[in-house]
Design a protein around this ligand. Structure first.
Ligand code: ADP
Ligand code: ASP
Ligand code: MG
Length: 469
């Protein structure tokens, strides 16, 4: 049990107290009728408060590295069983073994290169099917009881956006049946079915979202995300070895970090966590150390101006030159891209002096070619018959600094620009929100920029020792 009221599956004892505290925090229940189908798209349900009458319920999600070999699956089985022996109900969500999803995607791409295809989801979802079977076997081999579930067996219903589907609802009843039978429920991450029964997948890193969604549907006390690092760090510890683990981070900051490249949690999982009040504990599957709790914002968090640095290398930049500076032109340009489900991120339009203007925007790198082809076909009058007004650059990255403390501190942007300039890194695009500043720069400077920003904002030091900006 951690001293802060959060349930910790590595220690035994007073879990029920914690559950009761959690319940009280979340308000009285007026609807404890055993409802187990949660509509993930609808309003936030009131939390069911029957914590005194049920064991603590823990969802544990294990990522690809954590189930990357049979030995590691045995380790997962041992952890789940240890948690169950503390008297808790355990639902385990597992990813495909590391490298497997990439392997499956590559196989599909050898036949056709559109990943947004129904059949590609049929292929890539199989990695998780192998994992759930193996983990369930490993639990049984270690003396426990386990039952595996694929997405459709818990009715993880999603929309039909293949390769990036969103969960609409989950039927938790089969899991509750498993708990009643003393079993550990082992659930395939990353996959669901749409309303027509087609298999869908939730986007890269989507098992995090399955984990949090299952936790919301079960009204679990905690969703533990087990991965290959000890928690959420001030930046990717694989780029900057002096990065520091953050003990607690707000949903808002985590949402920004995730959307700006910190792949430790998928964005949608943080959104769901925030919406349904799921306590998320990111931690290592190789140790018992406390990891990072993702929680509602706390006053102390605002004292930290910059809490993290990220880099995203999965975007490309497109510029359309000499666009007529007239109403309706931008809508005409982005309309066909939206129709093709291509999401545009940063958009910068220059001041017009001679009636024409240049417009630059970024799209996911995998969609860049399609975006250019669509513009050429649909709006040749804007991009030129031979696309002579269309310029693209795939060799970019986006570095960002994030922190809720930025709301009340001026000067973060200035410091960021100075730190990049000191490394002679040219800034191509800038975008800001209340709690983040992002700069697009040449990809070859990605690591250099992350290190410079991490050092420059003092993130290797404990928060209390960081001075100024
Ligand atoms: P899993 O397979 O367990 O889902 P991922 O590879 O998806 O794991 O996510 C964990 C990885 O995220 C780490 O190995 C690390 O390289 C990367 N990462 C990027 N930014 C951060 C950060 N700020 N804190 C922790 N890890 C980060
Ligand atoms: N196996 C999927 C991926 O590699 C989902 C996940 O691991 O979260 O993206
Ligand atoms: Mg992941």
């Amino acid at each position: 049990m951690s001293g802060d009221g959060n349930v910790d599956s590595t220690t035994s004892g007073d879990g029920a107290d914690d559950g009761a505290d959690d319940g009280a925090d979340d308000g009285a229940d007026d609807d404890d009728d055993g409802e187990s189908i949660v509509d993930m798209g609808g309003p936030v349900p009131r939390r069911v408060i029957s914590v005194w009458s049920r064991p603590v319920l823990i969802v544990q999600k294990y990522g690809g590295t954590s189930v990357g070999s049979i030995e590691r699956m045995k380790n997962v089985a041992a952890r789940c069983l240890a948690t169950q022996r503390q008297g808790h109900h355990v639902a385990v969500v597992v990813s495909a073994m590391s490298g497997e999803t990439n392997r499956l995607l590559k196989l599909a791409s050898e036949i056709q290169d559109d990943p947004n295809d129904r059949e590609v989801d049929v292929i890539v979802s199989t990695g998780e099917q192998v994992s759930v079977g193996l983990v369930a076997l490993a639990i049984r081999a270690a003396g426990g009881k386990a039952r595996s579930f694929l997405g459709h067996q818990v009715k993880i219903v999603t929309d039909s956006a293949f390769s990036r589907a969103r969960i609409l609802s989950i039927d938790a009843r089969p899991l509750q049946d498993a708990f009643a039978a003393g079993e550990i429920a082992v659930i395939a991450g990353f996959q669901g079915i749409d309303e027509r029964g087609s298999i869908t997948t939730l986007g890269r890193g989507g098992s995090d979202t399955t984990g949090v969604a299952i936790a919301a549907a079960l009204q679990a006390d905690v969703c533990e995300i087990y991965t290959d690092v000890d928690g959420v760090y001030t930046t990717d510890p694989n780029i900057v070895p002096t990065a520091r683990k953050v003990d607690r981070i707000s949903y808002e900051e985590m949402l920004e970090l995730a959307s700006l490249g910190a792949k430790v949690l998928q964005i949608r999982s943080v959104e769901l966590g925030m919406k349904y009040g799921v306590k998320i504990h990111v931690r290592s599957s190789f140790s018992d150390a406390q990891g990072t709790w993702v929680v509602p914002e706390e006053v102390a968090m605002e004292k930290v101006v910059v809490s993290g640095v990220t880099v995203a290398k999965d975007e490309a930049k497109i510029t359309v030159e000499d666009l007529p500076d007239q109403p309706g032109i931008v809508a005409k340009l982005f309309g066909p891209l939206a129709d093709a489900n291509i999401s545009v991120d940063m958009i910068v339009q220059n001041q017009s002096f001679d009636g024409t203007t240049d417009l630059t925007f970024t799209v996911p790198k995998g969609d860049r070619k399609r975006a250019c082809d669509i513009l050429q076909t649909k709006v040749p009058e804007l991009v030129g018959a031979n696309t002579e007004k269309l310029v693209f650059d795939d060799e970019i990255c986006k570095v960002s600094v994030v922190g809720v403390g930025m709301r009340s501190h001026a000067g973060v942007a200035k410091t960021m620009f100075e730190l990049l300039s000191a490394e002679s890194i040219n800034i191509q695009l800038i975008s800001t929100s209340e709690i983040k500043i992002s700069c697009v720069i040449a990809r070859k400077y990605a690591e250099l920029a992350v290190r410079a920003l991490h050092e420059g904002f003092g993130l290797s030091l404990p928060p209390a020792e960081r001075t100024g900006l």
